[in-house]
Design a protein around this ligand. Structure first.
Ligand code: FES
Length: 142
């Protein structure tokens, strides 16, 4: 059970990796299988919906837009990237102004972006957010 098979396993493993890479090209996904986002924050303005979907004093995760919006007071909004600063997973929930990463358990304060619980140590980057024609819009100006 030892010796020669090792070389054969190596060859087979290499072939499997080539196959997986080929699939990746055709999948055309913005996220890998691990949930890592390739784009950390909106790179163009993205409409999020009605501002009152974000509770006053609370935060809401817009996972598709990769952004978290916090409303410190009525009519005031702040937004942060929803991509974990540890290894790039998208946060999957926000509870009581704490954003949670499903990959390794980091927690972020969604009122400031600050990392509260590791392994992440860097804060979530802030993202411009504004209200336009009655809708929340996040991301850089067009
Ligand atoms: S990627 Fe979020 S904790 Fe590791």
């Amino acid at each position: 059970m030892s010796g020669q098979p090792a070389a054969r396993r190596t060859v087979l493993k290499g072939a499997a990796l080539v196959g997986a890479a080929g699939l990746g090209v055709s999948a055309c996904s913005t996220e890998s299988k691990l949930g890592h986002a390739e784009t950390p924050t909106p790179t163009a303005p993205v409409e999020l919906g009605a501002p009152d979907e974000v509770p006053v004093g609370g935060s809401k995760l817009y996972r598709d837009a990769r952004v978290i919006v916090n409303c410190p007071a009525k009519g005031q909004y702040k937004a942060f990237s929803a991509q974990c600063t540890h290894a790039g997973c998208l946060l999957d929930k926000v509870e009581d102004n704490v954003g949670k990463c499903p990959c390794h358990g980091s927690h972020f304060d969604t009122t400031t972006g600050k990392a509260m619980h590791g392994p992440a140590t860097a804060p979530l980057p802030s993202v411009p957010v504004r209200v336009e024609s009655g809708k929340l819009v996040a991301g850089p100006d067009a």
